[in-house]
Design a protein. Structure first.
Length: 662
């Protein structure tokens, strides 16, 4: 992240390379319903070791006493403005527009202070030193710390990946030990405490009104980079910020909308239509996956955010015109500063596994006598703590390659066939409509015809025809060839519930793919048996996860009761869907699996298998209600896992004598 670009010298400094004009600082305090924080916030700028030349207070039509607090705590010569309620960008636009015309004999800078942030006494002094050291720097940012817990880091610069995700690359509740004090050039900095040259702010057009919240600071720094200027973070300049307030005002929905809009805004004209279609299809796909996971709330929220980002043609056109006017360097130069996908994965893994924030590395200063950390991510510690994770994926790839090669050799005769027939296998109907009619009709074409419910397999065949756009017969040979690799993938995935060994998973995948039962099923055309063979390991995995019986990942942070409940119910829903698909392949196996699952649920709730609990208190129901059978576990379950899955919950409900059924 510390890679600098060739920067264009600001016009205000081109008059002389020897004598630089003095820095003139205007502090802009923006508030909106921040009366509770403002007294503490306003005291800090007035007590800076480096004095501030001019103060401007802007209140965005607050409903509390923010305006009165600003008036009482700002210096008597400070300008006080009232802006329309909207965003930080609108308040700053009004404040800058009311400033006197910039003078050529001084270098004017703007210091943006939120109503819930408090700069350290020497923050401005460190910021001015940083920008005085290099004329190409036009934006400098502070190290953000949690104001309620000053040892906890919030941000030390911001980064984005190719998906425009706003990343801090800092662990949750990570303690400040000076481990990021080596950061300098960075992709972006937070707007809280942002120090920006006034001339550059005006040239860029300020904050984009189309991004009125989460991501507006990244957007401004992105455009600043495209204009040929530098962005630096100054870790010695500390700003204490109300982190909880920021998180409550800008949730994941607003963050997603901002990401989608920024990807479209900064895309090249040639890639724009393809990116737009890809984002739309991706949003729909994510929505469907959320429905399958029985989390419709998240699905609708995510899809709504994507659509809001896509269907704003007027705002998008205006934003792209602004980018075209200010851009001085190629987009690819700025893309080099983005965080790579590997770094993002490393960061996500670190957030998932977690580590003890009280542990101090070295002497606590962030330096080490033997190894010099990069300061950009946690890979320095992760590489020492655990072996590379790519070997597990390599074992899967090798198993897939071997099984695919064996499948091509064994079934090479089906290549190029227009349809498959023989044994128990019959060609599909000619059109998707005919297959759909077979799947929904209660009249079966057997001999002279008979009234009977449709087979579940017909529904799967209809879905397969939809996916292949009506070419089910032409695609069936390739699905036939993919049976062995799919069995290997299923076994490799499923065996992970009982063993994390790479060798065990590799050999289990090969053995399951090469079992004679699968080969005989394919040779005789018994597609149902082959489908059961492929789905069985994944089904077992889902059942084990539904009762939290899988092997824990080494080094992973223990899940909270709420996380266990969500994971178990998601696995239960997946197991139910897989069980329905298995019923299409073999009704006898379906009945056997149902009995075994119910027995497992009863055994998991039997006395002696876990601490004795009150089933009504565990499931959070009253004796007269449907309770767990409605699929709603108690919000907090601390004493047992009886409501961690739909199967166990059924057993507990039966044991308690609760009425109703799922």
């Amino acid at each position: 992240m510390g890679r600098a670009l060739r920067a264009r010298t600001s016009p205000s400094t081109e008059t002389s390379n020897l004598i630089r004009p003095p820095i003139h600082v205007t502090a802009i305090v923006a508030s909106h319903d921040g009366a509770d924080f403002l007294p503490r916030t306003l005291a800090a700028p007035r007590n800076q070791s480096r004095p501030i030349e001019r103060f401007v207070g802007v209140d965005a039509s607050s409903s509390d006493a923010s305006l009165e607090v600003l008036q009482a705590n700002l210096p008597s010569n400070a300008a006080l403005l009232v802006a329309e309620e909207g965003s930080l960008g609108l308040s700053l636009e009004l404040a800058v527009s009311q400033l006197p015309e910039a003078r050529q004999d001084r270098d004017e800078w703007l210091w943006i202070i939120h109503d819930d942030s408090m700069p350290a006494p020497d923050a401005l002094e460190h910021l001015t030193r940083a920008v005085e050291a290099s004329e190409s720097v036009s934006i400098a940012g502070c190290k953000l710390l949690d104001i309620d817990n000053p040892r906890h880091l919030a941000e030390v610069g911001l980064s984005v990946d190719r998906k425009a995700q706003r990343l801090t690359m800092i662990d949750t509740d990570e303690v400040d030990q000076g481990q990021y004090d080596g950061r300098g050039d960075y992709f972006a900095v937070s707007s809280a405490g942002m120090f920006i040259r006034r001339e550059v702010f005006e040239d860029l057009g300020g904050f984009d009104p189309a991004i009125p919240g989460r991501g507006d600071d990244v957007d401004l720094c992105w455009r600043n980079r495209l204009a040929g200027h530098r962005v630096v973070v100054v870790p010695t300049a500390k700003m204490y910020h109300q982190v909880e307030v920021v998180d409550s005002l800008a949730g994941p929905r607003e963050a997603k909308r901002s990401e989608v809009f920024q990807r479209l805004k900064f895309a090249s004209p040639l890639a724009l239509p393809f990116l737009w279609v890809g984002l739309l299809l991706g949003g729909i796909g994510h929505f469907l996956l959320a429905l399958l996971a029985k989390d419709p709330g998240h699905g609708f929220s995510h899809l709504g955010a994507v659509l809001r980002g896509l269907f704003t043609p007027g705002k998008l056109a205006a934003s792209r015109r602004n980018v075209a006017q200010i851009r001085q360097i190629p987009r690819r130069q700025v893309r080099k500063l983005m965080t790579s996908a590997a770094q993002v994965r490393e960061y996500r893994r670190n957030l998932t596994t977690g580590r003890d924030d009280t542990e101090v590395y070295g002497d606590g200063s962030g330096a080490d006598a033997m190894v010099e950390p990069s300061g950009d991510n946690f890979s320095d510690f992760v590489r020492i703590a655990r072996p590379p994770r790519t070997t597990a994926v390599l074992s899967l790839i090798l198993a897939l390659l071997l099984s695919a090669a064996a499948s091509l050799i064994a079934w090479r005769n089906v290549l190029g066939a227009s349809a498959l027939s023989g044994g128990a296998l019959r060609p599909f109907s000619q059109s998707t409509e005919e297959i759909g009619a077979n799947a929904l009709s209660w009249w079966q074409s057997i001999s002279t015809g008979a009234g009977a419910p449709p087979d579940n397999s017909d529904v799967l065949f209809w879905l397969f025809s939809l996916v292949t756009f009506g070419h089910a017969n032409q695609a069936s040979p390739y699905l036939f060839l993919a049976a062995m690799p799919l069995a290997a993938l299923s076994a490799w995935w499923g065996i992970g519930a009982v063993s994390r060994s790479r060798a065990v998973r590799f050999f289990a995948a090969l053995i399951w793919a090469f079992l004679p039962s699968l080969g005989s099923s394919l040779a005789s055309g018994r597609i149902g048996s082959a489908m059961v063979h492929i789905l069985l390991p994944v089904f077992v995995l889902a059942v084990m996860r539904s009762v939290n019986a899988q092997v824990a990942v080494e080094g992973a942070k223990p899940k909270t009761p709420k996380q266990q409940s969500v994971s178990a119910w998601t696995a239960s829903a997946s197991a139910a869907l897989l069980l329905w698909a298995i019923s299409a392949g073999s009704m006898a196996f379906f009945m056997t699996a149902t009995v075994l699952v119910y027995a497992l649920a009863l055994s998991s709730a039997a006395p002696g298998s876990q601490p004795v609990v009150d089933p009504v208190a565990c499931c959070g129901v009253e004796p007269s209600s449907a309770g767990c059978r409605t699929g709603r576990p108690a919000p907090v379950v601390h004493r047992a896992r009886c409501c961690d899955s739909v199967f166990a919950c059924v057993a507990v409900a039966d044991a308690a004598g609760l009425p109703g059924s799922i």
